[in-house]
Design a protein around this ligand. Sequence first.
Ligand code: ZN
Length: 174
Amino acid sequence: MSKRKIVIEPDPILRKKSKTLEKVDDELRKLLDDMLETMYSAPGIGLAAVQVGILKRLIVIDISKEKDKKSPLFLINPEIVTKSKTTSIYEEGCLSLPGHFAEIERPAECNVKYIDYHGKKKEIKASGLLSTCIQHEVDHLNGVLFIDYLSKLKRDMIVKKLVKHKKELNKIVL
Ligand code: ZN
């Protein structure tokens, strides 16, 4: 496994739609493993392939709290088939928007169809944090970020701060 570089907003790739995968092979599993390592070391609880610059419909998630009991979830071509009318609010952050958080309201439960690490078709009912996490990551596959749910004023303010932050990162100190 190797760590990949995380794309930080603003970056046009984060606004692109990711492509559906045709097959699950070792090359794809290698990418999933890399994504998982990148997510763990960030650290984060969810990561979409576009966040490491790859426009493929792939997500890795691990919402387990205990560090030594990891339970990663790999979702290939995830598709939210139903969403509940009831909603829940979580304070969301994003590895592509470091240092920024906001309370976002989303459907409390959702049913998700996907293909797993071994190429098998699966369907799960997600609730609580997992439901929010899956919806946040599926948004990434469609070029949507959590700040899109905020007012334009708030969104612009966050993006402005990120532009400044990126400039700082790119400065070379000799
Ligand atoms: Zn995110």
